[in-house]
Design a protein around this ligand. Structure first.
Ligand code: ADP
Length: 645
């Protein structure tokens, strides 16, 4: 192909702009990103060569070479990894992540807007980081096994790039950074050494550089030969120690090494929250170095995720995407698992079904859950910090990992009618502090604590001193379906079915009152029911209300308002389900209506009042009213009438 000039995808332009302007305080990471890409490319070549040896082209001396050239003002990063075809260059460099591109850039913008540049690091800005230090980048690459096609790509990071055919004898990729004047320090030997040591020491392949030293020649006796002048000696040195830190014993790894390795595998800028390093022996032999991040990654709830735990077999990288290694609800965990049992040429498809992988998964999950249990017991404040970030994800486990239900139910925390701002309660504590008269565990689902606290559904529970858990994560609706009881106490939604809060005596008392109320309101209830027939299933007197006039509840198996909201947000069809309107016979509005009804059962105002009651119930639970225009018209009329009296 002759030379073509092309435009970057809009999102790439935005990304470049963000990278250049937000990450300046961490500029030196450009080298880490490029070395990391080179190492990934060698991993891939090594992996593919397992089944196709010809890709090696007779050279398996894996190496990443750094070549600073002070005269030209360039820094070159060269690898002999898998390389790219022209199509791959177009796909990988110049466009970002095929899917979710928009949300990706948006999430990055948010991070920049929140002035949290460290979050941007998580996005794997990778190759684009070059433009923080270079005003021109030239990339030449040739895919392993295809000696006759190489590609030359070049850009000044200003919105366009050129691409053309090239020749390249060796497979792999060579990136030449034309450094901006003010960043020429990155050509300095000691600067490069220190960056490599800091960020890339554990890269598995040698990161090499030619070092030239000036020496005075020495005689056979080892003494310098006078008057012989100086000679230049160049030798290739390896700058990194290449130690696979997961393969070392814990006592040999320093805290800093753990942290740097975390940043390498996670692309996070922050330190990890917890490090879990262990070796398993017996039926399944593997080493694992896992990390719990401090902050949730931006793509935690996106279907398409980039990173997971990396799988190695006997120190050879296999894949970064082995979904079977950890269940989905632990998808925030990062790190490396290195198995001694799996065959090296294992295919990525087989991994999904492999029994060894299943054994490894079981052991990893046990370790992670016991680490969390330990943290909760010994360092509760720390656990709370973790929970606030990852609780909503861990909770998914209750729905999907039945085998670990017992452990998971001890890990979950909730806010409640009794917890202060920022505080949480566990199920164990909840049950321990239940008053004797309370038989079930009560909960209410909704959007957030502040709005739930206002719910009329809580009135009777508050009056009794019964604590109600606030379930404010969308996943909670599923959690309660799977959990359904804890320590033989049933979980019960306050907005579902009948609630049974009273002692036998109180019940008798209430029944008596309801009988009387029925006599008093009997036909009024029928009138309200008829009026609202298309919207509700039933009208009845409430056990839950003490102050408010009315509320809506789901029947035992019906769908509640929160679930409807969640399903709509997920763009799912919401089946038509009618709910029950509960009324408080002690509320003045009902007394007023009963009186009006007695005077004249055909009073048309009764119909308007019925509509208003229903709309009130919708508003207090946070649901939209169906006909806001009519609602405001009725309220205005009432206001005028009230003022005229
Ligand atoms: P990331 O590394 O996070 O995927 P990059 O923007 O750094 O993001 O790279 C995009 C893609 O370009 C990589 O996923 C890889 O497929 C390809 N790539 C980058 N550098 C190299 C390289 N040195 N050799 C081969 N492919 C590379």
């Amino acid at each position: 192909m002759s030379k073509a000039t092309k435009q970057f995808q809009t999102e790439v332009k935005q990304l470049l702009d963000l990278v250049i302007h937000s990450l300046y305080s961490n500029r030196e990471i450009f080298l880490r990103e490029l070395i990391s890409n080179a190492s990934d490319a060698i991993d891939k070549a090594r992996f593919e060569a397992q089944s196709n040896e010809s890709l090696l082209e007779g050279n398996s001396d894996w190496k990443i070479k750094l070549i600073p050239n002070k005269d030209a003002g360039t820094l070159t990063i060269r690898d002999n990894g898998i390389g790219m075809s022209m199509a791959e260059v177009e796909e990988n460099i110049g466009t970002i992540a095929k899917s979710g591109t928009k949300s990706f850039v948006q999430a990055m913008k948010d991070a920049a807007a929140a002035e949290q540049p460290e979050l941007i690091g998580q996005f794997g800005v990778g190759f684009y980081a070059s433009f923080m230090v270079a005003d021109k980048v030239t990339l030449t690459t040739r895919r392993a096994g295809d000696a006759s096609h190489a590609t030359l790509w070049e850009s000044s990071g200003d919105g366009s790039y050129t691409i053309e055919d090239a020749t390249k004898a060796e497979r792999g990729t060579e990136i030449v950074l034309h450094l901006k004047e003010e960043f020429k320090e990155y050509l300095d030997e000691w600067k490069i050494r220190s960056i490599v040591k800091k960020y890339s020491d554990f890269i598995q392949y040698p990161v090499c550089m030619d070092i030239t030293r000036t020496e005075t020649p020495k005689g056979v006796d080892g003494e310098e030969i006078e008057g012989a002048g100086t000679i230049e000696k160049t030798e290739e040195q390896t700058l990194n120690s290449m130690k696979a830190i997961w393969a070392r014993s814990k006592s040999d790894v320093t805290e800093d090494e753990y942290k740097e390795f975390y940043k390498h595998v996670s692309h996070d800028f922050e330190d990890p929250f917890r490090t879990i390093h262990f070796a398993a022996e017996g039926t399944s032999e593997f080493k694992a170095l896992l990390y719990l991040p401090a902050k949730k990654p931006f793509d935690l709830f996106m279907a398409e995720r980039k990173r997971g735990v990396q799988l190695y077999v006997k120190r050879v990288f296999i894949t970064e995407k082995c979904d079977a290694l950890l269940p989905d609800y632990l998808r925030f965990v990062r790190g490396v698992v290195d198995s001694s049992d799996l065959p090296l040429n294992v295919s990525r498809e087989i991994l999904q079904e492999d029994v060894q992988i299943k054994r490894i998964q079981k052991s990893l999950v046990n370790k992670i859950l016991s680490t969390l249990a330990d943290l909760k017991e010994k360092e509760y404040d720390q656990y709370l910090t973790f929970w606030k970030e990852f609780g909503p994800v861990v909770k998914e486990g209750l729905h999907f990992d039945y085998a670990n239900k017992e452990k998971l139910q001890e890990l979950i925390l909730f806010q409640s009618t009794r917890t202060a701002e920022g505080e949480y309660v566990s199920l164990k504590e909840y049950v321990e502090r239940m008053p004797e008269a309370q038989k079930e565990i009560y909960y209410i689902t909704g959007e957030d604590k502040a709005s739930l606290e206002q719910s009329p559904l809580l009135e009777a529970f508050n009056a009794k001193g019964f604590e109600v858990l606030f379930m404010t994560d969308p996943v909670d609706e599923w959690v309660v379906q799977s959990l359904f009881e804890y320590k033989e106490k049933k979980l019960k939604a306050v907005d579902r079915g009948d609630v049974d809060l009273d002692s036998e005596e109180e019940k008798k008392e209430k029944e008596k009152k309801q009988e009387e109320a029925k006599k008093e309101f009997g036909t009024l209830l029928d009138l309200i029911k008829n009026r609202l027939e298309s919207k509700i299933k039933e009208v009845r007197f409430s056990n839950r209300l003490t102050d408010s006039a009315c509320c809506l509840v789901a029947d035992e198996y019906g769908m509640n308002a929160n679930m409807e909201r969640i399903m709509k947000a997920m763009n799912q069809a919401v089946p038509e389900s009618k709910r029950v309107l509960e009324l408080n016979p002690d509320h003045p509005i009902l007394k007023v209506m009963a009186e009006m009804h007695k005077q004249n059962p055909d009073n048309s105002r009764l119909l308007d009042y019925s509509d208003l009651l229903y709309d009130q119930a919708l508003l207090t639970e946070g649901s939209p009213i169906k006909d806001p225009l009519k609602f405001t018209k009725l309220v205005s009329e009432l206001m005028v009438k009230a003022a005229q009296q």
